[in-house]
Design a protein around this ligand. Structure first.
Ligand code: KIV
Length: 264
């Protein structure tokens, strides 16, 4: 699926459902269950590789998993889920040219869009990629690649930080970002950003007003030892993995997820 088809769903009033995905078998199952966006997240550093952070995930790792996911979701008629792939730490921060070389690898591996972390400081890089045919999702709020600076803590909780996030969001949109992902920020701030921006927002721990939601697959399947407060295990009561993912899809599409217990 290409970006225009994804945006058509929004225009019809649908919430976008995203879930992380790292291999072909899950790509097939998640596509059948109705997930719109398969995020090949660098969270694979934790979920697949067993590391404590995302920092050691390489561009080779991301390219390998993106290819596997692309093989799993591809349909002969060109349909299938939309694939978003994370640019890993150290592959894009040095310059727009460095980012282009890394992003081109992921697009060649089958991504439909790349995601990068950072606010206005990444605006030039976003513009450079978008002007050269690479759709970009910008990731703000809690930035796992900056864990050494912030820890894994909710972000933008005071007035100054909230104002900064709003400015970042506008700068990234102006640079050409086509989606904004917001992680671990107050629901009221995410709602304001969503109201102000013209591009869709995807939230994770950012309340229910976003244009869509994303979760980490292993949290949805109850495989995470200490899941974040905003996550939800959809396995209890589900007859299969696919049924659990379908329950997540339905909960997002109907506005039942995230509920009050997942918001702050
Ligand atoms: O890598 C990832 O799984 C992510 C999500 C936390 C949004 O970026």
């Amino acid at each position: 699926m290409y970006l225009p088809q994804l945006l058509t769903k929004l225009a019809k009033g649908e919430k976008l459902v995203a879930l992380t995905c790292y291999d072909a078998s899950f790509a097939r199952a998640l596509t059948r269950a109705g997930v719109d966006i398969l995020l090949v997240g660098d969270s694979l550093g934790m979920t697949v590789q067993g590391r404590a952070t995302t920092l050691a995930v390489s561009l080779e790792d991301m390219s390998y998993h993106t290819e596997a996911v692309a093989r799993g979701t591809a349909q002969a008629d060109g349909s299938g889920a939309f694939i978003m792939a994370d640019l890993p730490f150290g592959s894009y921060q040095a310059s727009p040219q460095q980012a282009f070389a890394a992003a081109a690898r992921l697009m060649a591996a089958g991504a439909n869009m790349v995601k990068l972390e950072g606010g206005a400081v990444m605006a030039d890089t976003v513009a450079f990629l978008v002007q050269r045919g690479i759709p970009v999702c910008a990731h703000v709020g809690l930035l796992p690649q900056s864990v050494n600076v912030t820890g894994y803590r909710a972000q933008a909780r005071d007035e100054a930080a909230a104002a900064q996030l709003l400015q970042d969001a506008q700068a990234l949109q102006a640079a050409g970002a086509q989606i904004l992902l917001m992680e671990s920020i107050p629901a009221s701030l995410a709602a304001e950003v969503t109201r102000i921006l013209a591009i869709p927002t995807i939230g994770i721990g950012a309340g229910s007003a976003c244009s869509g939601q994303v979760l980490v697959l292993h949290d949805v399947l109850g495989l995470t030892e200490k899941p974040p407060r905003f996550a939800k295990n959809f396995m209890p009561g589900a007859a299969s993995i696919e049924a659990a993912v379908r329950a997540y899809v339905e909960a997002v599409k109907s506005g039942r997820f995230p509920g009050p217990e997942q918001q702050f």
